[in-house]
Design a protein around this ligand. Structure first.
Ligand code: FPP
Length: 252
C-alpha cells in the first residue's frame, strides 16, 4: 500500500521543484514540554526530522537544503543547553557522515564558524572536506548564523576591497553583494519553511529570501516529516511567482 508521502510525492510536478529550500526548524523545546521530556530530547528528536527532510528533499530533486540549526542569538541560551547542542552536533556529524557520503550529500556550513568549540569546528571541516565531491544535494547548516552578522561582514569586506583598490563604488551591484555573503555560490531559496506556528524570519537569509515563497506550519520541528515537506512544495507549485511583473507577463 502506498504511504501518504508517496501519494504526495507523486502529485509533485518534477519540472517545477524548488532548487533551494530553506528551513527555520522551530519548536523543539515545546515538543519536549508536551512530551514531559527535557528540552534536549526535543533537539535529539529534531535530528530525526533533519534526516527525514534531507531524504525527502533528495527524493524529489531539491538540490540545496539550508537549515537554521543555531543562530547568533542562540549563544545567549543557558550555557548547559548551548553545550548540549554543540555536543549533539558533534555526535550527529560523527554518526551520519557515512550516510551523507552514501547518499551523495555535500555538507556545507554558513555562519560565524570560528565561534564554534574547536572540536566541533574541526569535525565540521572534516565532514565538509569528506563530502565535498558529492553532487546529489547540498545540505547547508546555518551555525552561529544571523543575516545581520552576514550583511555586516559583507559591508566590511566591501569596504576593505575598496580600500585596497580591488573594487570601486560604481562597481557595487547585486552580484558584488551576493559574492561577499556566506551563501556565495548558492542560488537563492525559492521556498522558506518555518515550523511551530511562528510567523517570523528571525534574522535568517534576509537578502536571499527577497523573492522566496513563505510556508508556515503549526507542526513542531521534531514531528516534521517528508510528507510535510511535500505539502509545502505542492503549495509552492500552486502559487504564481511574479517577481514584480503582472500576471499576463508571467504567463507569456
Ligand atoms: C529550535 O527549537 C531549534 C533549535 C534552536 C536547534 C535546532 C537543532 C536541531 C534540530 C538539532 C541539531 C541539528 C543538526 C543539524 C545536528 P527551540 O529550542 O527554539 O524550540 P522552542 O521555541 O519550542 O523552545
Amino acid at each position: 500500500m502506498a504511504s501518504e508521502h508517496d501519494a504526495l510525492r507523486l502529485a509533485i510536478d518534477a519540472a517545477r521543484v524548488p532548487r533551494h529550500v530553506a528551513v527555520i526548524m522551530d519548536g523543539n523545546g515545546r515538543w519536549a514540554e508536551r512530551h514531559g521530556e527535557h528540552r534536549m530530547m526535543g533537539h535529539a528528536n529534531g535530528v530525526n526530522a533533519v534526516r527525514e527532510t534531507l531524504t525527502g528533499a533528495g527524493e524529489v530533486g531539491v538540490k540545496y537544503l539550508t537549515l537554521y540549526a543555531f543562530s547568533t542569538e542562540n549563544w545567549n541560551r543557558p550555557q548547559a543547553e548551548v553545550e548540549a547542542l554543540m555536543d549533539l552536533l558533534v555526535r550527529t556529524l560523527t554518526s551520519e557522515l557515512d550516510s551523507l557520503n552514501e547518499n551523495r550529500v555535500r555538507l556545507n556550513a554558513i555562519g560565524d564558524l570560528d565561534k564554534l568549540p574547536p572540536d566541533c569546528l574541526r569535525l565540521l571541516r572534516e565532514a565538509m572536506a569528506s563530502t565535498a565531491g558529492n553532487d546529489r544535494i547540498t545540505l547547508t547548516l546555518a551555525l552561529s548564523y544571523s543575516a545581520r552578522w552576514e550583511l555586516m561582514r559583507m559591508a566590511r569586506r566591501m569596504a576593505e576591497d575598496v580600500q585596497h583598490g580591488l573594487l570601486s563604488a560604481a562597481d557595487v551591484d547585486e552580484s558584488a553583494v551576493a559574492a561577499r555573503l556566506a551563501t556565495a555560490g548558492l542560488p537563492d531559496p525559492e521556498l522558506l519553511i518555518r515550523t511551530s506556528g511562528e510567523r517570523r524570519i528571525s534574522n535568517f537569509l534576509l537578502w536571499q529570501i527577497a523573492y522566496a515563497e513563505l510556508w508556515f506550519t503549526d507542526t513542531l520541528w521534531p514531528d516534521f516529516t517528508r510528507a510535510d515537506l511535500y505539502r509545502a512544495i505542492l503549495d509552492y507549485q500552486q502559487r504564481e511567482r511574479r517577481f514584480g511583473l503582472v500576471s499576463e507577463q508571467v504567463k507569456a
